[in-house]
Ligand binder design. Structure first.
Ligand SMILES: [Zn+2]
Length: 115
């Protein structure tokens, strides 16, 4: 009988632990959802301003997004080291061969991929 109660108590503790974990994860998820919604609003606002000032259309944005998606997911090409000219990945801040710090143009690809 004592064995049954110990097992039941352990099962109850595990259930509480899983419920606590679930609550924490749900709170983090809610926070992330609010952050995403805020970022979405910021993006929409920025795009409206850019469209007004630069005379761009939604199709221009769509085209750029598709370019970036293609680049990011499928076609990240090697870049050349600014010092030794060996091929290194475009995301690398330092050359894996000579250790030189890579200075690249301040374009959207590098802004997105620099961490
Ligand atoms: Zn190098």
């Amino acid at each position: 009988m004592a064995f049954f109660f110990r097992t039941a108590e352990r099962a109850l503790q595990e259930t509480r632990r899983v419920q606590d974990d679930h609550q924490k994860i749900q709170a983090e998820l809610d926070l992330l959802k609010r952050s995403v919604e805020h970022l979405k609003l910021v993006n929409i606002s920025l795009w409206q301003i850019i469209k007004e000032h630069k005379g761009l259309q939604d199709v221009d944005l769509q085209k750029r997004i598709e370019e970036l998606e293609k680049f990011y997911h499928n076609e990240a090409k090697p870049d050349q080291c600014v010092s030794c000219a060996k091929p290194i990945h475009i995301k690398k801040k330092r050359c894996v061969f000579c250790g030189a710090e890579q200075t690249r143009p301040n374009d959207i690809y590098h802004i997105l991929f620099d961490k």
